[in-house]
Structure formats: C-alpha cells, structure tokens
Design a protein around this ligand. Structure first.
Ligand code: ASP
Ligand code: MG
Length: 408
C-alpha cells in the first residue's frame, strides 16, 4: 500500500479550526486508499514564544534545557491532531520523536538524525491508523531529548518519508509553493513548478524561508518526491525533484537574502602552518556553523587577517571563543560586525554558463552597493553586503536575471 507523509507547519495548525482542516486532509488521503503519516510543527508562533520565555529566565540557557522546553510545542500539536482525527471518527495515534526511535547525535539545538525505527510506525499503519509524529525532535542514545534546529519539522517529515519508502512527502504551508525570491520584498517573485534538491538545499540554507536545508540532504539521498503546497487550497505547489526539465538553460533559479548574518574578523593572526586548523577546530567544537571564510596575508607574509561569517544567533558565542583564542594563539584583535547581510544567486545552470558572476557584480555596482566579501560554489554566488542595502540588492538581482519572466 502506498504511504504518504504529510507535514503541517505552524501556521497551518495555528488554531482548533486549522487543526481540523489538516485532520480532514489526512483523513481524505487515507480514504483515497493510502497509509498516512503526519508530522506537525508547534502551533503558530509557539516556538518563538518559548524561546522568548527561556531568555527571560536565563539569557544564556543551557542548550539541553532549550530542547527540553521547545519540544513541548510539538507535543501539544500531535495530541490535538490525534484528538481531531478521533473526533471525526477515525483512528489515529501520536508519538514523540523519542517514542518512534528518531535517534540523533547529542548536538543540542541542532542535532542530526542518525537512525529512525520504521517498524513501530508500520505496525500502526497496518492496523489502519493515521500515525502522527512530532516534528523537529529526536532523542540521543542516552535518552536526552534533542531538536533538529529551527524549522526542523521538514527534516523529520522527509526523513520519515525516506525510511518508510513513502510515495510522496507533502509539505503543507501558508504559501502555495517555492518562489524565485521572497515576494514580500520583491512583488514580481514567481512560484516555481519544480526545483532540484540541490537548488532547494542552497536556497534554504541561504535564507529562503521555506524548507529546512537538512531535509534536502535526505530528499536527495533517498530520492523522496517532495511537494510543497498550500494547506488552504488543492492547487499544485512546487515539486522538489532530482532533475528538472531544461535545468541547464535556467542559469539562475532563485535569489535570496539572509539578514541574520554577522562577520567576525581576527586581526594579526600569525601566518604559520596549523593556526587556521586550531582556530576552526575550536569553533567547530562548540557547534558553531561557519559560513564563508576569507584570509588576507600581509606584513610580508608574517601576519594574516582571518574573517568568517556566521549567523547572528551564534556570533556572541563565536566572539567569546575568539577572544579566548586571541590570548592562547596570539593574535591582536577580534572585530565583530553584526550589520551585514548576504545576497545570493542560485542555479544549476551556472555550471555551464560563463559571465554570471560579472553580471551579478555589475547589477550591485549599478545600485552603488559595496561588496564586502564574495563566496562561490558550483551553483551559488554570494556577496556579503551592508544590511541596509539588502532589499535593494535582492530586487536588483531578481530583475537582472529576469526571474520574473523565466517560465519553467
Ligand atoms: N517548531 C519548530 C520551529 O518553529 C520547528 C518547525 O516548525 O519546523 O522552528
Ligand atoms: Mg518551516
């Protein structure tokens, strides 16, 4: 029998009426002859409120306890969803991440899934129940409750779809698909019919508010067909797939703006073998995600400045660690700039086209936007710019690459 995993985001289950609507959708899918697994997020803005509450109690809360707190949001949702399905006369059963063996590593607040026990879910599906699994959470081998990082319910859903060998993973949200950019900033943004896992992975990690980037790793590895669509309508959304038609011709698929960025610059670092490895090993030990790194050597090669970008949520800790290292390793100064943003262009077609970077830089130059740092990979070009220029940069790039026109 075919299995469909349906994930509902916080806005799609924000109140009792919306919970009933999501329940009806799952029931309809079951009546159409599928086995149904639901993954739900916390209702509405619950997670944000819990984070704020934690910070009121302790501005630097222990990460283990953040996870303990935040996972309650999803536990509320799963139980209410099971009640809604029961109220409609159908059988459902809810599970926390721990209960279905969603085993993760112990990196609290950004844990990675290591294994999932599909047997328990299959058993209940075979008994005719709709199985509801709390998104965003897992458990370590030692039994500590973890979370997968903000937005992590998508990853729960895609991982479940992968281990259950589901026929589809449907991601229900308050928008009707994936857009070429944020329509609130660029009204000309277009909904895409399809996008590849690789492109979605990059767009998600570069700030597109849709899909948790890690969910794409599972999607790609296990070839899970993912459908991002609106919870309010029946219209088709965006399919995330291994390959799209004409993917080589579409040079730039989407543009993103990541606002919550910060740059840390270490000044006067001894330019000797092994120093960079010491610095970044220390940072990695604290699970701080480093984005781009740039190094300039000066003083006839004796000294270097090493800058790296990271998220604003990690920058306080990163700054403190670097201050400590300044003494141990012997560099002169640590500078932190929290007023930066990153604009990026993403597209698989870039691999086979030239002049894309030049076109991007020209568009920014025309807007008199200064580029502080540039990073490129096979399918992405990113520029660090002043935060105040972010929206203008996004609009300029969307227009330059004619994303309002390309029909895919
Ligand atoms: N509730 C969590 C969050 O707000 C997880 C999710 O919604 O995916 O980040
Ligand atoms: Mg989300």
């Amino acid at each position: 029998m075919s299995i469909i995993v349906q994930k509902f985001g916080g806005t799609s289950i924000a109140d009792a009426e919306k919970i009933h609507r999501a329940a009806r959708r799952a029931i309809k899918t079951k009546l159409d002859g599928h086995q149904v697994v639901m993954t739900v997020s916390a209702m509405g803005k619950t997670t944000d409120k819990l984070v704020a509450l934690a910070n009121q109690v302790n501005p630097n809360p222990p990460k283990r306890e953040i996870d303990m707190l935040l996972t309650t949001g999803e536990q509320v949702s799963i139980s209410l969803m099971a009640m809604a399905i029961a109220a409609a006369g159908h059988e459902a059963i809810s599970f926390t991440g721990g209960q279905i063996g969603m085993v993760t590593d112990s990196a609290h607040t950004k844990a990675r899934i290591q294994s999932v026990d599909a047997d328990r879910i299959h058993r209940h599906l075979d008994e005719g129940k709709i199985v509801i699994v709390a998104g965003f959470q897992g458990i370590t081998e030692e039994g500590a409750i973890t979370t997968l990082g903000r937005g992590g319910s998508d990853t729960t859903a895609v991982a479940l779809a992968a281990v259950l060998k589901a026929d589809a993973c449907e991601v229900y949200t308050d928008v009707d698909g994936v857009y070429t950019t944020d329509p609130r900033i660029v009204p000309q943004a277009r909904k895409m019919h399809e996008i590849t896992y690789d492109e979605m992975l990059e767009l998600a990690s570069l700030g597109a508010g849709v899909m948790h980037s890690r969910s794409m790793e599972f999607g790609k590895k296990y070839n899970v067909p993912i459908h991002v669509r609106s919870s309010l309508t029946d219209s088709k959304g965006t399919m995330i797939v291994p390959e799209t038609t004409g993917m080589e011709e579409i040079v730039v698929r989407g543009v993103t703006l990541k606002r919550d960025m910060a740059v840390v610059v270490l000044i006067g670092v001894p330019n000797k073998p092994g120093i960079a490895s010491q610095i970044f090993a220390r940072i990695a030990k604290h699970n701080i995600i480093v984005d781009d790194i740039i190094q300039n050597v000066y003083e006839h090669g004796h000294e270097a400045n090493i800058g790296f970008s990271t998220s604003q949520s990690d920058v306080k800790e990163a700054g403190t660690i670097c201050e400590e290292m300044a003494k141990d390793i012997g560099f002169k100064q640590v500078e932190v700039d929290e007023n930066v943003a990153k604009v990026s262009i993403v597209g698989i077609g870039m691999k086979s086209h030239t002049g894309v970077a030049a076109k991007m830089f020209t568009a920014l130059a025309k807007e008199k936007i200064n580029i502080q740092n540039i990073a490129t990979s096979e399918i992405v070009i990113s520029c660090i710019i002043d935060q105040k220029d972010g929206e203008r940069a996004l609009q300029a790039l969307h227009a330059t690459f004619e994303l309002d026109k390309n029909a895919d």
